[in-house]
Design a binder for this molecule. Structure first.
Ligand SMILES: Nc1ncnc2c1ncn2[C@@H]1O[C@H](COP(=O)(O)OP(=O)(O)OP(=O)(O)O)[C@@H](O)[C@H]1O
Length: 246
């Protein structure tokens, strides 16, 4: 039977008095890839940030491996070690080399032996074709390279779930493919469980097991990946798709 990693139950989120997310319900099984699609301002980033404890919410529950997450900062800190997140901005530490950026959290937070983590970091760097940049500083890298490092840095923590929030949105077009290929490989080769916010529709169509289509903070539809692109259930999703470039 499929193993459930995450479940979101009747989640409501406000910014001040204004409700940004309305009664969000969905679950995610091990190895599953969910993409969040929807117009600008529909709440995709808000939702993905809420799942990582970066945004507080007013009501509802989040379950991780069937256990209700207690919402204390300490609990989120623990959980964030199992949930990797990559953002649109790369957020690498500018004063640390690529390798030091990758080693920092596994050695300091997870207290794993430096040599073990280093060996693994070098393997991961090889996998994303950045071995030669191990001792470079972030300022010496292109946007696409920085984003690949940000992915490697998250993977070095051995996450059970990866969240990607528009990770190619700031990249020049020629950099986008290399980053998306790595994410696709994580799905195909590693069967990584992932939630992805993206405006890259061809990529979403290729990678999504399931699409959550959001509008105005509501999930308007939840549809199997290819089915969403071939036969969206709602008129609004059909309009959205026809307005997007493929
Ligand atoms: N910190 C904040 N304070 C107040 N309102 C916010 C905040 N962050 C986001 N919002 C609002 O919440 C709504 C959802 O924003 P969000 O960034 O989640 O949308 P999105 O679907 O990710 O959009 P995009 O595709 O443009 O990135 C928007 O109306 C936005 O203005």
């Amino acid at each position: 039977m499929a193993e459930e990693i995450l479940k979101v139950d009747h989640l409501n989120k406000y910014y001040g008095d204004w409700q940004a997310l309305h009664d969000i319900n969905f679950s995610l099984n091990k190895g599953e890839v969910v993409t969040l699609l929807g117009p600008s301002g529909s709440g995709k980033s808000t939702l993905i940030r809420t799942l990582n404890g970066l945004e507080p919410f007013r009501s509802g529950e989040i379950y991780f491996h069937g256990t209700k997450v207690d919402l204390s900062p300490k609990e989120w800190q623990k959980l964030r070690q199992k949930i990797g997140m990559v953002f649109q901005s790369y957020d690498l530490f500018p004063n640390l080399t690529v390798l030091e950026n990758i080693l920092l959290a596994p050695t300091k937070v997870q207290k794993r032996p430096r040599e073990e983590v280093k060996k693994e970091a070098l393997e991961l760097l090889e996998r994303v074709h950045l071995t030669e940049q191990a001792h470079a500083y972030p300022r010496e890298l292109s946007g696409g390279q920085k984003q690949r490092i940000a992915i490697v840095r998250a993977l070095a923590m051995h996450p059970e779930l990866m969240l990607f929030d528009e990770v190619t949105a700031s990249l020049d077009p020629e950099m986008v493919r290399g980053v998306l290929e790595i994410i696709k490989e994580l799905a195909d080769r590693d069967h990584m469980t992932m939630i992805i916010v993206t405006h890259e529709m061809n990529f979403a169509a290729k990678i999504a097991d399931k699409v959550l289509f959001l509008e105005d903070g509501h999930i308007l539809e939840e549809t199997a990946g290819q089915e969403f692109f071939d036969h969206p259930q709602t008129k609004r999703a059909a309009e959205f798709l026809s307005s997007m470039e493929f």
